[in-house]
Design a protein around this ligand. Structure first.
Ligand code: HEC
Ligand code: HEC
Ligand code: HEC
Ligand code: HEC
Ligand code: HEC
Ligand code: HEC
Length: 185
């Protein structure tokens, strides 16, 4: 086969894959989120207004084009629309660091001042009390789902950070084995 034919054939095989590849790269933010903070990614500015997306993300941050301005807003403002009726809830759409910032919880509230290092379950309990306390908030409203905070296997005794990640996409530990599991904020 001549080289030019060879090349054309190669492109024919590759082209259909390209949009899929691009989509995967865009959609799958979780795995890259922490590395994205280095180099060209969003900045972790301690004192930025969380509603001012561009302060850290730059102009590329794409809320939908006709989205109302979010500067100066807190979670209760967002949830006037993001209540699952007018617009999808923000759970799973934003990192947990953002959901906390929108609820008035700062970087220092979790990390203290100075150097940042990973935060564990003990710290979560300073505000969220205990496994039993969060289990009371998530008693399932249907017969399909389980209470993620109270299971026959682990009781109310699982490390929060097995599911909840502050700076990367959270994951549901139970979905290793159970199909119908909830989105983890
Ligand atoms: C006046 C209504 C309104 C307010 C207030 C509002 N939004 Fe939205 N938002 C929308 C609509 C409508 C969409 C697009 C439809 C959808 O995602 O369900 C949207 C989409 C988004 C998306 C993209 C969601 C996706 O599926 O990718 C994000 C992220 C978002 N909004 C964040 C926020 C944040 C953060 C706030 C508060 C600081 C906020 N919005 C306040 C109406 C609003
Ligand atoms: C709800 C508590 C919480 C808040 C608020 C929070 N973080 Fe974190 N942070 C964590 C946890 C938990 C980790 C471990 C990695 C993870 O879960 O994503 C972490 C990891 C980090 C790390 C990397 C350390 C490592 O070992 O990987 C840095 C840097 C950091 N946070 C900075 C910040 C900054 C800056 C803010 C404010 C914009 C902030 N954090 C807000 C909980 C928090
Ligand atoms: C300084 C207090 C504080 C600490 C520490 C803290 N949180 Fe929170 N958390 C809050 C507040 C306040 C809210 C928002 C409540 C609201 O807006 O109704 C919240 C909300 C949440 C939510 C619900 C998010 C949503 O909007 O759906 C989750 C999940 C959560 N926290 C998990 C954690 C985990 C895991 C840790 C430990 C890594 C942690 N929190 C540490 C105060 C804290
Ligand atoms: C097995 C995974 C998993 C673990 C471990 C876990 N969570 Fe959750 N968490 C979830 C899921 C899923 C939701 C959303 C539940 C829903 O949609 O009803 C949630 C919701 C929450 C909420 C919001 C509750 C509300 O008002 O709706 C808080 C706060 C929270 N978790 C805190 C914690 C804390 C603190 C810990 C550690 C003690 C923890 N979680 C451990 C999966 C987990
Ligand atoms: C204080 C700086 C800061 C502000 C303000 C901020 N972000 Fe972020 N954002 C980050 C950082 C840093 C990350 C990487 C994950 C992490 O560290 O939590 C991130 C991650 C994200 C992600 C996950 C995908 C990605 O790009 O990595 C989304 C979606 C997002 N931000 C949306 C928003 C929206 C919408 C707003 C405005 C309502 C906003 N952010 C405001 C710093 C910020
Ligand atoms: C390593 C696999 C595995 C993991 C991880 C796991 N489960 Fe299970 N779970 C099982 C098996 C197997 C059964 C038994 C199923 C049966 O008897 O039909 C079960 C049964 C249950 C039951 C009894 C009722 C039912 O639905 O059958 C509940 C409730 C439950 N799991 C909740 C959870 C929750 C919540 C989590 C996450 C915190 C979790 N599981 C994580 C494997 C797992």
């Amino acid at each position: 086969m001549r080289t030019s034919q060879h090349r054309r054939l190669l492109w024919k095989c590759l082209l259909p894959g390209l949009p899929l590849l691009a989509a995967l790269l865009i959609v799958h933010w979780g795995a890259q989120a922490s590395s994205a903070t280095q180099g060209g990614g969003p900045k972790q500015l301690e004192n930025a207004d969380v509603g001012d997306c561009a302060a850290c993300h730059g102009p590329a941050m794409s809320l939908p084009k006709d989205h109302p301005t979010t500067k100066g807003q807190a979670r209760k403002d967002c949830d006037k629309c993001h209540n699952g009726k007018k617009a999808a809830t923000l759970r799973g759409k934003l990192p947990l660091s953002h959901l906390h910032a929108l609820g008035g919880v700062s970087c220092a509230d979790c990390h203290g001042s100075g150097d940042k290092s990973a935060v564990g379950t003990e710290k979560c309990f300073e505000c969220h009390e205990s496994g039993e306390a969060v289990a009371k908030l998530t008693v399932p409203q249907d017969k399909v789902h389980n209470n993620p905070h109270d299971s026959p296997h682990y009781g109310t005794d699982l490390d929060c950070v097995l599911c909840h990640h502050a700076h990367a996409k959270s994951e549901n530990y139970c979905s290793q084995c159970h199909e119908k599991t909830q989105v983890v904020p």
